[in-house]
Design a protein around this ligand. Structure first.
Ligand code: HEM
Length: 439
């Protein structure tokens, strides 16, 4: 019988590393073995001040950080975002107002319809694919891009463009930060591509809002005629179909609320940026995780055929604890703050510190997850951080909660599904993942 290898002493190696390369080493550990690194952090150094950022590893402390947006701010988002988008604001009027308006418009009563739509879109792509697909571009990205077009109403643009714009915004905002390791050339390539795609997105959104609002105005005048036409012919010309952009344009707020056409455009752009790349990464990583574990895959396949999706979905949420799209949320302190006050780990964090709230570590903390190393579907949903936590919790959470599992469900139902290799990554983002199935 072989002897299990001793766990790598990440913290000892970190301590003996010169200051100049400590962060790079830590990031390497985090990329190679986040679960192992986080286990040691929770046990030995739950609040670790590293060069360039402070890591917070325990469930309680992650919650404390994410619950105080005015202290642990999203200032690092600001230079990456345009037009005062709600996400770059902490606990102020614009964030509170626009997030709640958008939550209302993304009516949760739509979800059964959205899930059905997602299922149909996925089945369509799989049927066309003839037993072989690049799951990243032609399934995991194309499906949310289709939802962005058909449910959110960002029409009139090639979905490949929507995918590209979401990609660069996501890479630059989330993975091109001071605590990410990249050469100046790589950083520039990303910021240039983001600036270029941001311009194209801005021009597109301007044209979309202009043409859609004109169409709605014209529609208002001609609506009775169209009703009559539909009654007589039984045809629907599609002029007034419902989507989120249409809902935004039809909803009239008094000027005192401050949700004018410009704010509508900004929020429409946010829907696109937020949806595609996040959904794609979560979905492809979940598919790979299942394909690598035949027993779990078999269990998922049985659950995929059940009338209720609850069991299947709970498998996917547990998968994303092991392979989240990011192992942390990042914040910057606006003022000094003493975290975990009154405990042995109490630490004062100075103002201007970048803080990584290690949400994946929190999802392996025994405080909230019994036997965390074990894969156990059906855990308490409220303990997961898949869609963030606190005031910045994901706006698209409920859409994501139907989109991700339904996309995974449709593809794992394909008979004989297997992967040709692992996901190929470009930096943090998935690039390609070829899968095949029996026709
Ligand atoms: C389905 C469409 C989606 C839309 C429209 C969307 C949009 C957004 C927006 C606007 C925020 C910022 C909220 C705020 O600052 O108050 C946000 C946050 C977040 N979203 Fe989404 N998102 C979507 C899907 C997803 C998916 C699929 C995931 C993960 C699998 C995800 C993960 C997150 C996380 C972790 C945050 C928190 C970021 C933080 O705390 O700094 N989102 N999302």
């Amino acid at each position: 019988m072989g002897i299990a290898p001793a766990p790598i002493q990440y913290l000892q190696r970190f301590d003996s590393e010169p200051d100049a390369t400590k962060l790079a080493l830590l990031r390497k550990f985090m990329a190679d073995d986040p679960i192992g690194l986080f286990r040691q952090l929770r046990a030995e150094r739950p609040i670790l001040a590293a060069p360039g950022c402070t890591l917070v590893a325990l469930y309680d402390d992650v919650i404390e950080v994410l619950n105080m947006p005015s202290v642990f701010t999203v200032a690092l988002y600001a230079p990456k975002m345009a037009n005062n988008y709600l996400m770059m604001h902490d606990d102020d009027a614009i964030h509170y107002r626009e997030k709640s308006i958008m939550q209302g418009l993304l009516n949760r009563d739509d979800l059964p319809k959205v899930r059905k739509m997602v299922g149909e879109i996925c089945r369509g792509f799989l049927a066309e694919a003839n037993g072989k697909i690049d799951a990243v571009s032609d399934y995991c990205r194309l499906t949310p891009a289709t939802i962005v077009r058909d449910y959110f109403g960002l029409i009139g643009m090639d979905r490949k463009d929507l995918m590209e714009w979401s990609y660069w915004a996501q890479v630059d905002t989330f993975y091109n930060q001071p605590f990410d390791i990249a050469t100046p050339e790589e950083r520039k390539r990303i910021t240039d591509a983001h600036a270029d795609s941001g311009q194209k997105l801005g021009a597109y959104i301007g044209a979309l809002i202009f043409t859609r609002s004109l169409a709605l105005k014209f529609g208002f005048i001609s609506r009775p005629l169209m009703k009559l036409w539909r009654l007589l012919t039984g045809q629907n010309d599609g002029a007034f179909h419902d989507d989120i952009v249409t809902r935004m344009l039809r909803t009239k707020f008094p000027p005192e609320v401050g949700f004018d056409l410009k704010r509508i455009g900004t929020n429409a752009g946010g829907l696109l940026i937020g949806t595609i790349e996040t959904t794609a990464q979560a979905t492809v990583q979940a598919i790979e995780f299942l394909l690598e574990k035949p027993e779990l895959l078999a269990q998922a396949r049985v659950a995929a055929e059940a009338d209720s999706p609850a069991e299947f979905d709970s498998i996917v949420w547990e998968v994303l604890r092991f392979v989240p799209i990011s192992p942390y949320m990042f914040r910057k302190t606006a003022s000094a703050y003493t975290l975990a006050k009154g405990t042995a780990r109490e630490t004062t964090i100075p103002p201007g510190t970048n803080v990584l709230a290690l949400t994946q570590s929190a999802m392996f903390d025994e405080m909230a997850f019994e036997n965390p190393a074990e894969f156990r579907a059906g855990r308490n949903w409220y303990h997961y951080f898949t869609f963030g936590y606190g005031s910045h919790e994901c706006l698209g959470k409920y859409v994501g909660m139907v989109m991700i599992p339904e996309m995974v469900r449709q593809i794992v139902k394909m008979p004989g599904l297997k992967a040709k290799g692992n996901i190929v990554f470009d930096g943090h983002m998935p690039k390609s993942y070829e899968v095949t199935w029996n026709q």
